[in-house]
Design a protein around this ligand. Structure first.
Ligand SMILES: *Cc1c(COP(=O)(O)O)cnc(C)c1O
Length: 217
């Protein structure tokens, strides 16, 4: 689906929800996509992209960032402590902060680099064993801990379980964010971004609906 269609659908969802279009950021999730698809979206003028893996992003984005210095990159996938430096050098936002050790490592590196990406705390709203993120009950304590490290906390992020109604998870994430005074809500993917907008998403992460199905590697 062309990028313009996705933008139209976000605009329509904002209108229905009585929200301002400028309050919703579209992150085009380019992981594993062939370069020509990403280049087409860059050529269409889009500048905000998401990737899941530091190493994959390191391999392809520096050249595109050079050609388009206004590109902003968001890391959406899990971050290992030993990848914090390259992640912070490459990305403008990290959506997968989920443990104190990682927060401390990011805080140390922010001192060294003199800058820090915007951080979203990932919440495992469905409390799934295999999924990254903090259980909802630990969010308040963790947010306080991260604030104590003086890190730029932008908001919360979730990936609802595939077999459940996403709106319950979006509503829970919004409640947790409101309770903690956090403005950002990273939620909604190709199948449910309009619903996420209705529940207050500020960042929707849309991959296959923009680029087509991901080509298996
Ligand atoms: C892959 C991915 C997306 C995009 O998924 P689509 O269903 O292709 O839109 C969004 N968020 C995260 C965390 C992802 O890993």
């Amino acid at each position: 689906m062309p990028l313009s269609d996705i933008n139209d659908r976000i605009a329509a969802a904002c209108e229905r929800a009585g929200r301002d279009r400028s309050d919703v950021t579209l992150i085009a999730v380019s992981k594993v996509q062939p370069p020509e698809r990403v280049e087409a979206v860059l050529a269409a003028g889009h500048r905000i992209f998401g990737e899941n893996r530091v190493q994959e992003a390191q391999g392809k984005w520096p050249a595109w960032q050079k050609a388009h210095p206004d590109v902003a990159l968001h890391l959406l996938g899990p971050l290992q402590s030993n990848k914090v430096r390259p992640a912070m050098e490459l990305f403008d936002a990290i959506h997968s902060l989920d443990r104190a050790k990682l927060a401390r490592r990011i805080a140390d590196m922010a001192q060294e680099l003199g800058r820090c990406p915007d951080l979203f705390v990932q919440v495992n709203t469905g409390e799934e064993d295999q999924k990254a993120g903090l259980p909802p009950a630990e969010v308040d304590g963790f947010v306080a801990e991260v604030r104590g490290m003086d890190l730029p906390l932008a908001g919360l992020m979730c990936i609802p379980p595939v077999d459940e109604t996403p709106s319950l998870h979006f509503a829970l994430l919004r409640k947790l964010a409101e309770r903690n005074g956090l403005p950002g809500l990273s939620m909604g993917m190709s199948a449910d971004f309009e619903e996420a907008v209705a529940f207050g998403a500020t960042h929707v992460r849309v991959g296959s609906a923009i680029f087509g199905e991901r080509v298996p590697t």
